[in-house]
Design a protein around this ligand. Sequence first.
Ligand SMILES: Cc1ncc(COP(=O)(O)O)c(C=O)c1O
Length: 499
Amino acid sequence: MMRGMSRPAPARLDAPSGGPLHEAVAERVRDLIRRRTFRPGDRLPSVRALGRQLGVGVNTVVQAYAALEAERVLEARPRAGHFVASPLLEPAGWTGGAARACAVPAGRAPLDVMRRLSDPALVNLGRVAPDPALLPVEALRRALAAEARRHPAAAVSYADSRGLRRLRTLVARRALDGGSHLAPDDLVITAGCTEAIALALQATCRSGDAVAIGSPIFGSFLDLIQSLGLRVVEIPTSPRDGPSLPALAAGLERGAVRAVIATPSFDNPTGSRMPDAAKRELVALLARHEVPLIEDDVYGELAFEGPRPGTAHGLDRRGRVLLCSSFSKTLAPGYRVGWIAAGRYAPQVERLQAIRHIAGAAPTQLAIAEFLSGGGYDRHLRSVRRRYAEQVARMRAAIGDAFPPGTRVTQPQGGYVLWVELPPPVDAFHLFERALELGVGIAPGPLFTLGPRFGSCLRLCAATWSERVARAVATVGRLACQQDAVDRPRAPVPRGAVR
Ligand SMILES: Cc1ncc(COP(=O)(O)O)c(C=O)c1O
């Protein structure tokens, strides 16, 4: 597992020069875990036994075990001893710090990183897109051809600037599942969810306004907000439950926030799902401050189990939640078909869309409407939800096998992204470069914030699974273990302190 790493250490600790001895013991234990001498769930020697084996005192081992517990490398079980922790714990995410506004610097690296990740030769764990092998490619192709034959004039003409009515009707019916009560005329069809979010921002904000968003945040939104001359307020976010409402409330109290973007159902990059009570609280909080919520629901139909989560839009009674989504994550990102239900902002959105686009592309709207009305979509969703659940579980297990001790990874209940927190010595950008050299793409954590955060985090996409993907995950784990072993600050051992 640790091919290419340093030679095995001698059993007894007899390092020559200064530094806390317990850190040398802790590093010895980390190394044994990296080398798989002890695996997750295994019991470590008692403090007395390890002290004897390494030739150090019991108190030194107690200190070392306490440090490893704090790092979540070990867990202490009462009256049973110390065990190697499961690496599959939920990450801590960014829980501290106040919300703050900052200008988005121009020329950020994320676009460059994304461009480098678009190399088709890579095993790409870094980009987030459905696996074409799991999409109903043939059924969509048939629908496209049949609709172009059936409606030859409509397929080549300008559509209604709000989009095809038949499609809007079908989207309105589907929105009932999320709790939304919509008429076809409440919807505008867009070129994907990204355009829906852009329209929502333009309808609700003016240049220089601040937009609050959970952090880590889907990097493209940072670029989008910048391109519209707006500022970002990053809200600390739990990778399990979504943005911190007290932090958001503090930002709102300061009166600095003009709109909020949230992805309550299976956020990118963390996969978090806001509990229903938090969604209700969010909608109520924003209603009190008269601030609109731009809700991104692009993964909402990809719950692994049970019915899809309700939307915040479904809880809104004041027309202040703008629901944005698309078929990009479920059906066909290349078709560029999304939608927005903009509530009280609908007139501005309709106007902006008519001015900027005249109309969306008719053929793909016709094809998706045909596919939806045939009932194929629900069958397709049932099958991909199962597949994504399996693939996410496999990728988590592969991470558990290969990544360094102390790694944490999310356990999403839908979608296909995993957020991984590596032990702090591991530098995500460095890992990105090393993985690229070996033909593997990963998305480093700093892409998902403007602040100095998430430097040891990664986003991995589990939309595809194969032997090749499994090997790619193992490669990233091996590189991370090497970095962890090499870059961890080594505490020299004081001369004479070792018996
Ligand atoms: C949360 C989120 N919103 C929107 C998008 C983009 O959607 P679309 O391709 O429909 O514009 C993505 C794509 O990765 C996403 O993860």
